[in-house]
Design a protein around this ligand. Structure first.
Ligand code: SAH
Length: 245
C-alpha cells in the first residue's frame, strides 16, 4: 500500500496547487468518481481564506485547542489560520506538491507524512476537514482510524472531522444503502486528473452521523455533532468516553 505519493507524475493535486501559486489563477483539476458525479477542484478553493470558509470550517477552527495536527492539510488553509492565531500546528499531507505549497505559504511545520505513520506524537486536537473522514477510505478503514486515535490523542484530546450524509440521496433514488457485495453507499473510488497527470485510484468515504457514532462507541469513543448544514454536511467531535460516565 502506498503510504505517501513519491512521484510528481502521480501528484496532480500538488502540481495544480503549485501552478496556482505560480500565477495560474484558473488552475483546477478533474475528479472522477466510481459512484458520484464527476467534479472539479479549483486552486482558488483550495487556497481559500478564512472569510471564504463555510460555517463547518469556522466552527472547527474555533474549537481547536492545544497542540494541533491538521491531517490532509492540502494547501494548508486551516493551518495558516491557526498558525496566525499563534496556535501550535503540525500540518501533514501525503502529496509532496501540497507540502511544497504549504512551505511556500509560510506554514512552519508542514510534513510529507501519512496519518497512518504518525507515531510518538500526541495531539490535543486532530483536525480533518473538507469531508475529512474520507481519508479513511471505507468503513473498515474508519474502524482502523478510530482505533489509531488511542495513540495520537493526548489525554483529553479530540478529533474534529466533517463528512456528508449521502444516505438520503441514495434512498430517494430507490437505491440500497449497501450493495450486493455489502459495500456502503458512502464508499467511492476517486481518480484526480490534471494536465495529463493521473493519480492512482484511491478510496474515499462519506459517512452518515449515526453510523459514525455507532462505530465510535464500539471503540470507546463519544461522537457529538457540533453543527450541520442544509447540504447534509456535518462536523463531529470525537473523544474518548470516560470510564464510569
Ligand atoms: N484539508 C484540506 C485539503 C482537503 S483534500 C482542505 O480542507 O482544504 C484532502 C487532502 O488529504 C489531500 O491534500 C490529500 O493529499 C490528503 N491525504 C489523503 N490521504 C491522506 C493520508 N492518509 N494522510 C495524510 N494526508 C492525506
Amino acid at each position: 500500500m502506498t503510504r505517501c505519493i513519491l512521484a510528481k507524475e502521480k501528484d496532480p493535486l500538488g502540481t495544480m496547487l503549485n501552478d496556482f501559486c505560480g500565477g495560474d489563477a484558473a488552475a483546477f483539476l478533474n475528479v472522477w468518481s466510481s459512484t458520484l458525479e464527476m467534479s472539479t477542484m479549483q486552486g482558488a478553493t483550495m487556497l481559500r481564506g478564512f472569510e471564504e470558509m463555510n460555517n463547518i470550517e469556522k466552527c472547527a477552527l474555533a474549537a481547536c485547542r492545544g497542540r494541533i495536527l491538521d491531517v490532509g492539510a492540502g494547501a494548508g488553509c486551516h493551518s495558516l489560520v491557526l498558525q496566525s492565531k499563534g496556535l501550535d500546528v503540525d500540518a501533514i499531507d501525503i502529496s509532496p506538491g501540497c507540502v511544497e505549497v504549504m512551505r511556500r505559504r509560510g506554514i512552519e511545520k508542514s510534513y510529507h507524512c501519512n496519518i497512518l505513520d504518525v507515531r510518538n506524537s500526541r495531539y490535543d486536537t486532530v483536525l480533518m476537514l473538507m469531508n475529512g473522514i474520507g481519508i479513511s477510505g471505507s468503513l473498515d478503514g474508519l474502524n482502523l482510524y478510530i482505533q489509531q486515535l488511542d495513540t495520537i490523542l493526548a489525554p483529553g484530546g479530540q478529533l474534529l472531522v466533517d463528512s456528508t450524509d449521502l444516505t438520503g440521496k441514495f434512498l430517494e433514488q430507490g437505491e440500497a444503502l449497501y450493495d450486493e457485495e455489502g459495500r456502503y453507499c458512502g464508499e467511492t473510488d476517486f481518480v484526480m486528473i490534471y494536465k495529463g497527470l493521473r493519480s492512482d485510484p484511491f478510496s474515499w468515504l462519506y459517512v452518515d452521523f449515526e453510523l459514525l457514532r455507532t462505530i465510535c462507541s464500539f471503540h470507546g469513543y463519544r461522537c457529538d455533532k457540533l453543527i450541520e448544514t442544509g447540504e447534509k454536511q456535518f462536523l463531529a467531535k470525537i473523544y474518548p468516553c470516560i470510564v464510569g460516565q
